[in-house]
Design a protein around this ligand. Structure first.
Ligand code: HEM
Length: 199
């Protein structure tokens, strides 16, 4: 039951928001589709192996960027089991601490002035990769109670997103605008225009 709940809504939310971002960034969507068409020229034969799906560099960047901007677990809580001093602040035992995953993943001090923008190419920048660690990028959290389904989730997410983008074009619905602070929210309804890719 835990796997069903923890493993279902997370991947579906991630995929929905990734499609939303791609719909609003048609150039990035086209780049992803071009990579997919090169790798899988025949739509009907889209049946990637583990190695094939993980060799797609731009897809990897899109997935990382979607999990950065719209993580399905935007914050999580932990309770300390002993008194601690963190950065000069005394935190007594049994305090509920919030780890703001979404906020850390948008810190301008780490992600730069484009922190709020959907930009998969940032993951190709070696200077960013040097700066990013699991204090600032932790969609699956980190440590011993981090997501046990991490690797499965990434592969599922990549395959699902690829199948959708290889077969369909996603565009925003005219007149429908989601407030910036609602983007990524679990309970936000997302509507997109979908048309078929012919070849
Ligand atoms: C994009 C998809 C996913 C994301 C972003 C994600 C993220 C997370 C995060 C942040 C946690 C830590 C929660 C906390 O400590 O409060 C977690 C825990 C967990 N996740 Fe995932 N998850 C994803 C998919 C999956 C999948 C596919 C499965 C299983 C099939 C799964 C199974 C679990 C389980 C069992 C835990 C609890 C681990 C523990 O407490 O030791 N997750 N996940």
């Amino acid at each position: 039951m835990t796997f069903l709940l923890a493993g279902h809504i997370t991947t579906s939310i991630s995929t929905s928001w990734a499609l939303y971002q791609l719909a609003h960034h048609p150039h990035e969507q086209d780049l992803l589709r071009e990579e997919l068409v090169r790798a899988f020229p025949e739509k009907s034969k889209f049946n990637p192996t583990f190695d094939e799906i993980n060799s797609l560099e731009y897809l990897n960047c899109v997935v990382k960027e979607a999990l950065r901007l719209t993580p399905p677990a935007p914050d999580i809580q932990r309770v300390n089991n002993k008194d601690v001093v963190l950065d000069g602040h005394f935190i007594p035992k049994n305090t509920t601490l919030m780890i703001p995953i979404a906020a850390l993943q948008r810190l301008p001090s780490i992600w730069g002035s484009t922190a709020e923008n959907f930009d998969p190419n940032r993951w190709l920048d070696p200077s960013l990769i040097k700066k990013v660690n699991n204090y600032y990028y932790l969609p699956f959290h980190t440590g011993i109670r981090s997501c046990i389904g991490n690797k499965l989730a990434l592969n599922e997410f990549k395959i699902l997103l690829s199948m959708l983008v290889r077969n369909f074009v996603f565009r925003p619905v005219e007149g429908i605008q989601i407030d910036r602070d609602r983007i990524g929210k679990v309970d936000q309804h997302v509507e997109l225009m979908v048309s078929k890719v012919e070849t």
